[in-house]
Write a protein of this length. Structure first.
Length: 235
């Protein structure tokens, strides 16, 4: 079978799907972390794999950047491939001054300037929230490991290069921890389809204080975070 954007057999995906933005990161996770990973789709280069972690089936698939791209893959995975736990594995820019590069942000909720959830919700403001079980499971694992992590709001921006210089002040004033480009869309899809979603983002940019991860730091930091998530979900 196939959907417009995924060419995989029915049942090719596990109920739990990790969703990095970068398909090369999906490939890297499959190759270096999962056992017996097999490629199940690569339409438009958006690679997806299914393997096992501690014996349990898990899939990983790239989503591309931004809510429109991520929404396509998340929707097809849920509707057509039976995904019930969507876990975004990504990076974010930190708004909160006390967040350091490499800290993990668990997006309890996600604000956005995207219209997708208003489209779903008759123009009203939908509170886009993480699945509680996923959030509490990963938060507990992070606490037990002594990780530096924070739980709170992300802002999922439509524009990476945002034209409003006052945006950061506004986000900070409302206690928003960081900026990504997907979480709010993922949470809207999860609500619509009654599945669980969580965005787990490593701080790769400190937008208030300055500072960015090097490419090597990006790789290592996200690997460690993915291991944490996989261990947490495996129970
Ligand atoms: N903005 C939006 N998304 C991001 C950023 C950022 O600064 N850093 C990592 N993802």
């Amino acid at each position: 079978m196939s959907t417009p954007h995924i060419a995989a057999e029915r049942g090719a995906f596990a109920p739990t799907v990790l969703l990095p933005g970068d398909p090369l990161r999906a490939e890297h996770i499959a190759a270096t972390l999962l056992d017996d990973a097999v490629e199940v789709t690569r339409v438009r280069g958006m690679a997806g794999f299914t393997g096992r972690w501690r014996g349990q089936p898990v899939s990983v698939m790239g989503t591309g950047m931004g809510i429109p791209s991520a929404s396509i893959y998340a929707t097809e995975l849920v509707r057509e491939y039976g995904a019930t736990r969507l876990v975004r594995i990504g990076t974010c820019g930190a708004v909160a001054a006390d967040l350091q590069l490499g800290d993990i942000v668990l997006a309890q909720g996600a604000c956005t300037d995207s219209g997708v959830n208003r489209t779903r919700f008759r123009g009203m403001d939908f509170a886009a929230i993480a699945g509680f079980d996923l959030l509490s499971t990963v938060a507990t694992a992070a606490r037990m490991r002594g990780e530096r992590f924070a739980v709170g709001n992300l802002f999922s921006a439509d524009l990476f290069y945002h034209p409003d210089p006052a945006l950061l002040d506004t986000l900070d004033a409302m206690g928003v921890l960081g900026i990504d480009m997907e979480a709010a869309g993922l949470y809207g899809i999860a609500a619509q389809h009654r599945v669980q979603a969580l965005a787990v983002c490593a701080v790769s940019d400190q937008l208030r204080e300055g500072g960015h991860w090097s490419p090597a730091q990006r790789q290592y930091g996200v690997d460690a975070m993915v291991r944490l998530v996989l261990d947490a979900l495996a129970g």
